[in-house]
Design a protein around this ligand. Structure first.
Ligand code: P6P
Length: 339
């Protein structure tokens, strides 16, 4: 009998196998991806225990070790920064949790060839309602030659991405990533702490019928978005309409479900916030890379997200992503309503 283990490809094995497809690879990206996976496992453990805080009596400002209880997103941020600093492959980080670029003073990291832009725990406001949340990460080659990384190393368009991915802490914990050669998903086996290849070569399904948007903002949406919502609700069985409305309010969870089942995610600009809510550098660009590699599209409604040159670390953009034909429909309605 062939032992089941022999049929499993671990994340480490997969990344190393893929490394040999790059003739000049020296393993730095492999090590960097593994550093991220290690931090994700630590964060996963804390998230799974989060619900037990009140039960285990560690509620309040200090836990049983007398340590100050950290909010989970602060904890996650610290875990990823520590893993990336210790790994030495990354010379600077942009994080949703930090106003400015994080650089490292150790010589080890000054030699790092990469920079990382991340949202360490997106959707963390959902954790008390036990809704799935996620980590979003993206990796660029540094532009500066050596030493501490700079803000300019981080302010790069998605087209320059070397890799991007997300971790979804849900009913199971998955890591999904791309290096530009397709999208692959790995499910964590918590009994041994190994990410195992479970979703090879992920693509948006042809039959998609989900639309995900916070319709509570309807009155503030641009005309083209209002028209699109009505389009989703019309009856036309040939085009799978009316679509199903599904919205969790956690980007990674909504994006992941739509990638698996087929659907479009929309976070438009509004009259109150013309650039919407989601951040270009560490939310939209990395998710756009995955969407495009999965055969889909990611747009601001008027331009390709991956082509946008960021001007500031935390700038926001309207975000529409999913199967090409769904995104092109909303783009057409937005264009038509502004002509
Ligand atoms: P709204 C979570 O706070 C988040 O940043 C994303 O994960 C999510 O897609 C969005 O905000 C939800 O925003 O305004 O619909 O609650």
């Amino acid at each position: 009998m062939v032992h089941p283990r022999s049929k499993i490809t671990t994340l480490t094995e997969f990344v190393i196998q893929r490394q040999y497809e790059y003739p000049h690879a020296k393993g730095a990206l492999t090590r960097l991806l593994n550093d991220i996976a290690t931090a994700a496992k630590i964060v996963n453990r804390e998230i799974n225990a989060a619900g037990l805080v009140d039960i285990l009596g560690t509620v309040g400002k200090e836990n049983v070790q007398g340590e100050t209880q950290k909010k989970l997103d602060v904890f996650a941020n610290e875990m990823f920064i520590t893993a990336l600093k210790g790994g030495g492959e990354c010379c600077a980080i942009a994080s949703e949790e930090n106003e400015k670029v994080i650089t490292f003073s150790n010589d080890f990291s000054h030699l790092g060839k990469y920079v990382v832009a991340m949202d360490p725990l997106d959707g963390s406001s959902n954790i008390e309602s036990n809704v799935s949340i996620g980590t979003i990460f993206s990796i660029y080659r540094r532009i500066s030659e050596i030493g501490s990384g700079t803000q300019e190393d981080l302010l790069q368009p998605g087209l320059n991405l070397v890799a991007s991915g997300y971790v979804i802490y849900g009913s199971s914990t998955m890591l999904v990533y791309t290096t530009g050669k397709g999208v692959n998903g790995f499910t964590l086996d918590p009994s041994v702490g190994i990410f195992c290849l479970s979703h090879p070569d992920m693509k948006y399904p042809d039959t998609a019928n989900i639309y995900s948007i916070n319709e509570g903002n309807y009155i503030y949406f641009p005309e083209g978005v209002k028209q699109y919502i009505k389009y989703c609700q019309e009856s036309d069985p040939e085009s799978f309409r009316p679509y199903t409305s599904r919205y969790i309010g956690s980007l990674v969870a909504d994006f992941h479900r739509n990638l698996i089942k087929g659907g479009i995610f929309l976070y438009p600009g509004t009259t109150k916030n013309p650039n919407g809510k989601l951040r270009l550098l560490y939310e939209c660009s990395p998710m756009a890379f995955i969407a495009e590699q999965a055969g889909g599209k990611a747009s601001t409604g008027t331009q390709r997200v991956m082509a946008i040159q960021p001007e500031t670390l935390h700038q926001r953009v309207p975000f529409y992503t999913g199967p090409k034909w769904m995104v092109e429909k909303i783009e057409a309605l937005i264009k038509g309503s502004t002509e």
